[in-house]
Design a protein around this ligand. Structure first.
Ligand SMILES: Cc1ncc(COP(=O)(O)O)c(C=O)c1O
Length: 431
């Protein structure tokens, strides 16, 4: 194994930048881990040598600075190679090979359960965060007049699922109007619980919203829901593998995740935690071939599909484990603070996200007074190769740029983005 000095020497000799095999990329991270042993996550977060090698594990086009890592984070070579390998293997003998791979999914389930801190037999692996949420929201046994509460900052596709139940089955959907910029978490909590009535059956909140990355007071809501017998569904599309936490810290019943976001698994993966006693009570979104009411796999039977991108979840988990979730979160916060601290000194800049570390991590949204944020989004891409996401809210709550960082980014890239935006702020116009 190379230590850090040896690795840098090998770079100088011109071999370090050669394309690395997935195994080499991981080996480099692990060897650096030993070089950084004893350092706190915050110290490692500032160590560009460490993160340089992490960057080498990605296939990203470095002519583009991708600051929109919120929809999908698919650039790990290790993962892409695994998908290719498994696809080739599953082509060997059709169903025979696919059945072999299907068994390996059980190992992913076990490891995912370990990371979330739940019994793997409570985890269904599905096709994404939307499907994970729909499995619960469309599966709950609700009657006409039963109430479900969610917020105006929840994910539109999941709000649509509830709206469909409203139209089709006569449930009542109550929308909490959350402001942006965010209110203190106690106020958030009060705004939700004051909508509760004896007919309330379920509450849906985002662990972190996709609009602003703002966290919800999940623990308090979970305690409240438990005391009232209300099901709490937490949309963790932006929570899982973003920063360290376990299910026990949240205390909620249902937790959903999108695995092609912060876990960096292949596109088309998600999961949902369903408490054991609810497994037989929830209606499967896609009724299985043979129903096994107490088996969480009853929520996974969607017909024939390739196992290749599911079993490659393993490589993504291995990569995250190689870095360590504490160090990953510290790096994401470091990169977020690096641009946000520069921009927040300007009075024209408005943050839609609390920058308190207890309320956000690598995702934050800002606007600039007097600047058209849609045009700024275009300008950043066309003139500077910087990809960002223009975020607006249907109620006009947000009109800003969402920056979502990842461990594949360098401080130079973050600084370049901050330089360009600072110039726009100082000039008071784009270009
Ligand atoms: C908060 C939130 N929930 C759910 C989803 C849906 O996840 P997926 O795209 O994996 O279906 C997203 C995706 O962006 C999201 O941001």
């Amino acid at each position: 194994m190379l230590n850090r000095r040896e690795f840098l020497r090998s770079c100088a000799a011109g071999i370090g930048l050669a394309a690395l095999t997935p195994e080499e990329s991981l080996e480099r991270i692990i060897s650096l881990n030993s070089a950084t042993a004893g350092l706190s996550p915050e110290e490692v977060a500032r160590d560009e040598d460490f993160w340089f090698q992490v960057r080498l594990a990605f296939t990203e086009d470095r002519n583009i600075i991708n600051l929109n890592q919120g929809t999908i984070q698919p650039g790990l070579r290790l993962v892409q190679d695994a998908v290719r390998r498994h696809s080739e293997f599953s082509g060997n003998a059709g169903w025979h090979s696919m059945a072999i791979l299907n068994k390996e999914i059980e190992s992913c389930r076990r490891r995912l359960g370990n990371h979330l801190g739940c019994d793997p037999e409570e985890l269904a692996i599905c096709r994404g965060g939307s499907e994970a949420g729909q499995i619960v929201l469309l599966g709950l046994d609700l009657k006409r007049g039963d109430e479900v509460i969610t917020t105006n900052q929840d994910y539109p596709r999941l709000i649509s699922a509830l709206r469909q139940r409203e139209k089709r089955e006569g449930i009542v959907l109550k929308m909490v109007k959350l402001p942006a910029p965010p209110v203190p978490l106690d106020q958030f909590y009060n705004l939700v619980v004051e909508q509760v009535t004896p007919r309330t059956r379920a509450i849906l909140v985002c662990h972190l919203t996709h609009y602003t990355g703002q966290m919800a007071p999940v623990r308090r809501l979970a305690e409240f829901c438990r005391s009232k017998g209300i099901e709490l569904v937490v949309d963790g599309a932006h929570g899982f593998m973003h920063f360290p936490f376990k299910l026990a810290d949240l205390g909620c019943d249902y937790y959903t995740a999108s695995l092609h976001k912060w876990t960096m698994a292949p596109p088309g993966n998600g999961m949902v935690r369903i408490p054991r006693d609810r497994i037989p009570k929830l209606w499967p979104l896609t009724p299985p071939w043979t129903d096994t009411p107490n088996d969480v796999r009853r929520f996974e039977d969607v017909g024939t599909r390739s196992p290749a991108n599911r079993v490659a979840i393993a490589e993504a988990l291995t990569f995250n484990e190689g870095i360590g979730i504490e160090r990953k979160a510290a790096r994401l916060r470091y990169l977020k603070d690096r641009w946000a601290n520069r921009l927040k000194q300007y009075p024209q800049v408005k943050f839609y996200t609390s920058l308190d570390p207890a309320e956000s991590c690598g995702l934050a949204t800002f606007g600039i007074q007097g600047i058209d944020m849609a045009k700024l989004t275009e300008y950043l891409l066309d003139q500077h190769g910087i990809v960002v996401s223009h975020i607006t809210h249907p109620d006009g709550l947000v009109d800003g740029i969402r920056i979502v960082v990842n461990v594949s980014l360098s401080v130079k890239e973050i600084d370049y983005f901050a330089d360009v935006v600072e110039e726009v702020i100082k000039k008071g116009k784009i270009a």
